[in-house]
Ligand binder design. Structure first.
Ligand code: CP3
Length: 345
């Protein structure tokens, strides 16, 4: 078998036109997703059904022929497996029992892998049903981002509850992040052994931290995961997505050891090109350009290809696609990246 396109880029090769996938590519903007979601029951039922989770993972591949599929699940299955009573409330997002400093020592990771067994079965099924050339990406939430939801019990605009918790209870925070790094590393190792080609660590809330906190809560636990995964699966390829952390990204890559870094749209293309001199980058189209379509979309794609197309690039959005994204605009994006791209200047 020849090496899958996205994996060539993960190994540092330049491929043009670049491989393409979209964060949250399986989701509510697709009618076929909404249909399967309605059959599955709750959102977590969908995540834990190998049959339905496989189906929704494949849907965007069938429709758009992306170069990579991302396992359908959620970063919050980890707190769910830790018995934090996770629920997804329609129109409100995730909810769970907020954790107190005293409860952290009592978190019990023993049942986590058994609880997540259906996810590993989904990965196995996916590797069996995806086209041979399609890369399969596994993932987890980074300890910091998962901890922000565990502490507040729900999403917040700036994760103030978790930031305050970290200042007031530094030892409890460190304990929580270490435990999450442990279970997340084991979770990724199992996904890689089940057939994932590479994995992405989502740190969607990395951008709310000051420098010292970023080093302690983002870099240190992420490095633990990377080391643990590489020890168990030599040569494992890992993407780190630290959203909103533009100023810290070169330290983030160098100090965590991730192979590729995901970029949100606030990262300038000049900085992106500089980061790309040290390894593959992924991103970074503003998801709102996908909503707008037309010239806004074409120009956004063009600028990224022009600035980053002559180095190792995985084309992606700067964050997840939203439910209101028109399918015709996704098609336009795929056409633009694949066919309309002339050679990079
Ligand atoms: O990318 C993919 O297609 C794979 C699936 C995936 C989902 N969530 C499915 C999902 C992935 C990789 C995630 C990651 C995730 N989940 C993150 C990190 C990336 C990011 O977007 O910042 C975070 C912070 C979460 C937590 C989460 N899950 C929130 C805050 C919400 C509610 C917001 C919303 O869009 O409704 C979810 C729910 C969720 N996760 C949905 C999907 C398709 C929508 C739920 C539904 O269908 O009802």
């Amino acid at each position: 078998m020849t090496k899958r396109l996205m994996m060539r880029v993960m190994d540092g090769e330049t491929v043009f036109p670049p491989p393409l996938w979209m964060m949250r590519q399986a989701g509510r903007y697709l009618p076929e997703y909404r249909e399967t979601r309605a059959k599955a029951g709750s959102f977590l039922d969908l995540c834990y059904s190998p049959e339905f989770a496989t189906e929704v993972t494949l849907q965007p591949i069938r429709r758009f022929g992306f170069d990579a599929a991302i396992l359908f699940s959620d970063i919050l299955v980890i707190p769910d497996a830790l018995n934090r009573d996770v629920r997804f409330v329609q129109g409100e997002g995730p909810r769970m029992r907020p954790i107190t400093p005293d409860e952290i020592a009592g978190l019990d990771p023993t049942g986590v892998e058994a609880h997540l067994a259906p996810v590993f079965e989904t990965v196995e099924r996916l590797r069996g049903s995806l086209p041979d050339e399609t890369t399969l990406i596994g993932f987890c939430g980074a300890p910091w981002t998962v901890a922000t939801y565990m502490i507040a019990g729900h999403g917040t605009p700036d994760q103030a509850p978790a930031r305050l918790f970290a200042y007031r209870h530094p030892e409890a925070m460190e304990k929580l992040l270490t435990l999450l790094a442990d279970v997340s590393a084991a979770y990724l190792i199992r996904q890689l052994r089940a057939g994932a080609d590479c994995v992405q660590i989502f740190d969607s809330w990395a951008g709310v931290l000051d420098e010292a906190s970023f080093r302690a809560h983002v870099i240190a636990p992420t490095r633990m995961i990377v080391e643990r995964v590489r020890e168990a699966v030599p040569g494992a390829r890992i993407i780190g997505f630290a959203k909103g952390a533009a100023g810290m990204l070169s330290s983030y890559r160098a100090e965590t050891g991730v192979d590729a870094i995901g970029l949100d749209w606030s990262v300038s293309l000049a900085q992106a090109a500089e980061l790309q001199r040290h390894g593959p980058v992924q991103g970074n189209l503003d998801p709102l350009r996908l909503i707008a379509g037309g010239k806004a979309l074409d120009e956004g794609v063009h600028r990224i290809l022009e600035a980053l197309g002559s180095g190792p690039l995985i084309f992606n959005l700067g964050h997840g696609i939203t439910p209101d994204a028109p399918i015709a605009h996704v098609e336009q994006l795929v056409r633009r990246v694949r066919k309309d791209s002339t050679s990079p200047s």
